[in-house]
Ligand binder design. Structure first.
Ligand code: 13P
Ligand code: SF4
Length: 303
């Protein structure tokens, strides 16, 4: 506790010195979320990165999020606490495979989940996050959509649109681990609880949800709901904001495996160190960034 206090003080000094802003995803460790200027889901944090007038953005999340921040704010320095914090789902799609699919479906538009590399975004018509996926799909002026990389979110979105979706087979290792059996057991244990679930979970698990939504949607739902007890089907870091918003409610995570190991690679110590040393910094080749930016900026315009 004493060490964390010292680290927090050092962080405040460095933030001022560097004119830096700290963005943290809801899946980060509590000690990181605690010191953030903004906590958010991937949509809100991309928006904050695009709007900030700070000189330095410290992005506490996974690599693609830092990349998106750099693409949207090319003149800023973007730091991440640890380069090894990647997203396995983002790595499940490659440029060659996507180009092949585009050649096979020349009339389709490519809608890409923000959980993807800058190179994939550069091959994309429009990006989306779990918070705006359905609205983004509806905004596209084509009846045929190539969807990468999350098959689970793709399946969920497909139920809310008449468009023909060609869905890539990627998935989130963490959310995809949750099974129907896990949820059945939890519902038996907590019969009065509502089950709230993220659409990165398997379709059969999502179908059991009393509420289905992105991280922010789940947070808002639990805050407003008159229910006092929830079974939570998303990453365990969201407990920080859930409990902050509703100290009188109970949140049971659906399994103890709903932890993204990549998100937890970052910690307060590494956060302070990156601002001290000004590295690791995100670099995106300008030609890739310019193309990727169009797909992200189109997303930011969707109402
Ligand atoms: P959201 O922040 O859009 O809810 O996405 C969840 C996720 O898995 C981020 O990596
Ligand atoms: Fe990737 Fe899943 Fe971790 Fe999000 S929770 S960063 S989608 S592995």
């Amino acid at each position: 506790a004493e060490m964390n206090r010292e680290l927090r003080e050092r962080l405040m000094e460095l933030k001022k010195e560097r004119n830096a802003i700290i963005l943290a995803h809801y899946y980060q460790r509590d000690e990181v979320q605690e010191v953030a200027d903004f906590r958010g889901d991937s949509f809100l944090l991309a928006q904050k990165a695009a709007q900030t007038d700070a000189d330095v953005i410290v992005f506490c999340g996974v690599h693609f999020m830092g990349e998106s921040a750099k693409i949207l704010a090319p003149n800023k320095t973007v730091l991440i606490p640890d380069e090894r914090a990647g997203c396995p789902m983002a790595d499940m799609v490659n440029v060659d495979g996507l180009r092949k699919l585009k050649a096979q479906h020349p009339n389709a538009k490519v809608v890409t989940y923000i959980n993807s590399s800058a190179e994939i975004k550069a091959e994309t018509d429009i990006c989306c996050t779990s918070a705006n996926a359905v609205r983004v799909i509806q905004s596209v002026d084509s009846d045929e959509i190539i969807w990468v990389p999350d098959k689970n979110l793709g399946h969920y979105v497909q139920q809310h649109t008449d468009k023909k979706m060609i869905i890539w087979e990627g998935y989130c290792n963490t959310h995809d681990m949750l099974t129907v059996k896990d949820v059945v057991e939890m519902k038996a244990k907590y019969p009065d609880a509502e089950f709230v679930v993220h659409p990165e979970c398997r379709p059969e698990v999502v179908a059991m949800g009393d509420f289905v939504g992105s991280t922010t949607a789940i947070l808002e739902y639990c805050k407003k709901s008159s229910t006092k007890e929830f079974i939570v089907g998303t990453e365990d870091g969201t407990g920080y904001q859930l409990r902050l918003d509703s100290p009188d409610k109970q949140f049971h995570f659906a399994t103890k495996f709903l932890v993204c190991p990549n998100m937890k690679v970052n910690n307060l110590k590494k956060l302070v160190k990156c601002l001290e040393t000004m590295k690791p910094q995100i670099y995106v080749p300008p030609a890739v960034a310019d193309k990727a930016r169009e797909s992200l900026e189109r997303m930011l315009l969707v109402k």
